[in-house]
Design a protein around this ligand. Structure first.
Ligand SMILES: *Cc1c(COP(=O)(O)O)cnc(C)c1O
Length: 464
């Protein structure tokens, strides 16, 4: 067990130390993967070290390195070593993080770390609550179920939910899972800066009221995945208050930016939400999987998710001893709080603030650099460490169609070259390159190198 474990740790440490020297992308077809791995479940055992070596050689090398300094898409996963070891401990001891009786310490650490987050986001410490989930998708689902329970009870036949066209797809997925009909979903167009259009929202709510519908929930985004844009949170909160609508903020991407001065400014009003999704496995630098839902009143979660079967009779503690299976979908849950606890204790919040501030500044530096070049056009400026731009040299006479194709091809070429993971998105119908710079390992030099590679491909493509 020891030598096997040391070999695993050695491999992980080697990965952390040398990842920047490896290609960030992994391209392989199903056929290639099948030829490597496909076999019937073996009846006979194999040598443990041989299996391990096979996995290290073939599995770990065929995955994108999302913590690579030149991994700019989609949302990088910078992770950190302390949390990696914390996850290893949680798995090694196989701690059941569902109920107080099974592990009072795991429940307590979830309570404590949720308290930290409640304080960071300006939510009420005593009344507030939350739960750690597998990710942002599950946190959004948990939020929308809770909103529906609290605002609609059992009858949600007329309930209507509002979100912008920049809201993350996981929200639509959640709404579908919950069995809402298409007529119950309003996707409100964003304005020219990709923000929720308050006027269009008010029109939609008013029209729904006239038609006897029941507006019950609004999903705003604090840091859209596409552009890092923060919706007008205070204005939306006011509408929700007046209309008795649940105010959910999806801060899965941008929430962590509250730890930086500029981020805090941008996220003003985030504390006005009834529920807030954050995603520690993004910009809080935790390894997968860790999402989080915070709510203004912890009783909302309990009244939504508590179900009392006879076999759980003996595990009920007293009121203050939280059973997190009562706060969300999962009964058996892994011990996610441990990595958050150990990494914050080890590094201190100050290190997190420093890293996040660095990321925000880095995107702004990239923007300045791009603006000085005759080749590049900024499509959406650096916001919460996201920047969108396209190759569009001064004085060219390319059609929009040609520009789209050119930028698409640049991204494809970059990925083929394995130089960087840089993919496109579409903004206002234009194909653009998007950099998400939440990895503290990414340097300004890395960005300049990648842009130079893009330019050299563009030159070849232009003349082709
Ligand atoms: C990433 C993201 C999600 C989904 O989170 P997962 O952790 O991938 O499930 C939801 N909303 C936003 C805004 C995101 O950026």
């Amino acid at each position: 067990m020891r030598s096997y474990g040391y070999a695993v740790v050695d491999a992980i440490v080697e990965h952390f130390e040398n990842q920047h020297t490896k290609p960030p992308v992994a391209v392989a077809s199903r056929k290639e993967m099948d030829s490597l791995f496909l076999e019937a479940a073996p009846e006979k055992p194999s040598d443990a070290n041989e299996v391990l070596q096979f996995v290290l050689d073939n599995v770990m090398t065929k995955s994108a390195i999302v913590s690579h300094p030149k991994s700019y898409s989609f949302v990088p996963g910078p992770s950190n070593y302390i949390s990696t070891m914390a996850d290893t401990l949680a798995t090694g001891f196989n701690i059941f993080s569902g109920g107080w009786v099974a592990s009072p310490a795991a429940a307590e650490l979830e309570i404590v770390t949720l308290q930290w987050l409640l304080k960071i986001f300006g939510f009420p410490q005593k009344k507030g609550g939350g739960i750690f989930t597998s990710g942002g998708s599950m946190a959004n689902l948990t939020a929308i179920v809770t909103a529906r329970r609290v605002k609609c009870g059992d009858d949600f036949s007329n309930a209507v939910i509002y979100l912008s066209d920049q809201a993350h797809s996981s929200n639509i997925k959640a709404i579908r899972i919950l069995g809402f009909r298409k007529e119950q979903i309003r996707i409100i167009p964003t304005d020219s800066e990709f923000k929720f259009s308050v006027n269009k929202l008010k029109n939609a709510i008013a029209k729904d009221r006239i038609e006897g519908m029941h507006p019950f929930c609004l999903v705003a985004t604090a840091g859209t995945t596409n552009t890092g844009t923060v919706d007008p949170l205070s204005a939306l909160s006011k509408i929700c208050k007046e209309e008795d609508i649940w105010f959910h903020i999806d801060g899965a991407y941008g929430g962590a930016a509250i730890l930086a001065k500029d981020g805090k400014q941008l996220l003003k009003g985030v504390n006005k939400a009834d529920s807030l999704t954050v995603d520690p496995h993004k910009w809080f630098f935790q390894p997968y999987e860790m999402g989080c839902l915070l709510v203004k009143n912890h009783k909302w979660l309990k009244s939504t998710f508590t179900e009392k079967p006879e076999y759980l009779r003996d595990v009920e503690g007293n009121e203050s001893e939280i059973n997190f299976y009562d706060h969300g979908v999962q009964l058996t849950r892994r011990f996610r709080a441990l990595k958050f606890y150990m990494s914050i204790k080890t590094f201190g919040l100050k290190s997190f603030r420093k890293a996040i501030t660095y990321n925000i500044d880095l995107a702004e530096r990239a923007e300045k650099h791009l603006r000085k070049s005759k080749n590049w056009e900024i499509i959406s400026p650096a916001t919460l460490a996201v920047i969108n731009f396209r190759f569009n040299p001064i004085g060219n006479s390319f059609s929009e169609k040609k520009l789209d194709a050119l930028n698409q091809r640049i991204s494809e070429k970059v990925i083929q070259s394995e130089e960087a993971l840089l993919v496109t998105t579409v903004l206002n119908g234009q194909v653009v390159l998007r950099m998400c710079l939440i990895n503290p390992r990414t340097t300004f030099e890395n960005i300049k190198e990648t842009l130079a590679v893009c330019e050299s491909f563009a030159e070849i493509l232009e003349t082709a």
